[in-house]
Design a protein around this ligand. Structure first.
Ligand SMILES: Nc1ncnc2c1ncn2[C@@H]1O[C@H](COP(=O)(O)OP(=O)(O)OP(=O)(O)O)[C@@H](O)[C@H]1O
Length: 276
């Protein structure tokens, strides 16, 4: 018997769904009680971050970058306004462990090995021990630290410790990664190399990243959008879309497109400064 040819189905073209919002911030203000007068750390901030974007927050010291990151992470309450993280309240998002957070200084436990540090959030998630170890080893390899599993944090350089922190934040696969000046304390060469690794990682996995930095070059190299902020009160002065391609090499920093974008960020920073 001759088999009937199977009907060939037409390729169905489904329209690409618009990316969901990772973070929505509406009229957000944070006021800290100060010694003399209240400090308006954030005033009327509106910002929507879509899934898969790499957003940098840049601005002078005290403009509220860390505060914005901390309210998103539910480490600080809003004084007024609204905020959603992965369509949840920041508190629910924290409970659901839907983000990773990398601090300015690598906050590793000195009595735990590198491997045990990276395994910790996975253990808290209640994963099987073998699975925790497998994922932790894989994450360490990704940030170029295979072979350092048994070392203790104090046996590593600052840059390597920061890479352990990144491996730890990525290990439980958060859709959203928040990074507060993670490379600020590092020398230029280490910083460049971690920038390249982070950019690579982002391009491969398209996680949403919110990244705080003081460096114009770092913001321009890494971001899909740059949010320029100014202090007293902390607010957004400009949001700049990056025209740079998704795939970036350090050599791109010498291109006219890069220089033009860096110039635009510098101008926005100066405008924010002159407003006062
Ligand atoms: N817990 C707090 N209590 C009172 N004031 C605070 C507190 N945390 C921050 N501030 C003030 O709020 C403002 C914003 O601080 P924030 O740390 O968010 O700024 P930043 O842009 O991250 O600064 P930097 O670049 O120096 O880290 C500053 O004036 C700071 O002094």
């Amino acid at each position: 018997m001759i088999a009937e040819p199977l009907p060939v189905s037409e390729p169905v073209s489904t329209p690409a769904a618009p990316p969901r919002d990772a973070i929505r911030v509406r009229s957000a203000s944070v006021i800290y009680p100060g010694a003399d007068a209240p400090v308006h750390a954030l005033q009327d901030v509106d910002l929507t971050i879509r899934q898969g974007e790499f957003i940098s927050l840049i601005g002078p010291s005290g403009c509220g970058k860390t505060t914005l990151l901390r309210v998103i992470a539910d480490l600080e309450p809003l004084s007024s306004g609204e905020m959603w993280v992965n369509d949840m309240s920041p508190q629910d998002a924290r409970m659901a462990r839907s983000y990773g957070y990398v601090f300015q200084a690598p906050a590793l436990f000195p009595w735990r090995t590198v491997l045990a540090n990276v395994m910790l959030p996975l253990q808290i998630q209640g994963r099987l021990p073998a699975q925790c170890e497998e994922i932790a080893r894989e994450q360490l390899a990704r940030v170029g630290l295979a072979g350092f599993e048994k070392k203790y944090p104090w046996q590593l350089s600052g840059g390597m410790q920061q890479r352990v922190s990144i491996a730890r934040a990525l290990g439980f696969e958060p859709r959203l990664l928040m990074m507060d000046e993670p490379f600020g304390a590092l020398d230029e060469i280490t910083r460049d190399s971690l920038n390249v690794q982070l950019q690579d990682l982002w391009r491969r996995e398209q996680r949403t990243v919110v990244f705080v930095t003081h460096s114009i070059a770092e913001a321009v190299y890494l971001s899909t959008r740059i949010v320029v902020m100014s202090p007293r009160p902390g607010r957004i002065v400009k949001i700049i879309d990056s025209p740079l391609p998704a795939e970036r090499t350090l050599a791109l920093r010498d291109s006219p497109e890069f220089t033009a974008l860096a110039h635009e960020v510098r101008e926005a920073l100066a405008d924010g400064h002159h407003d006062h």
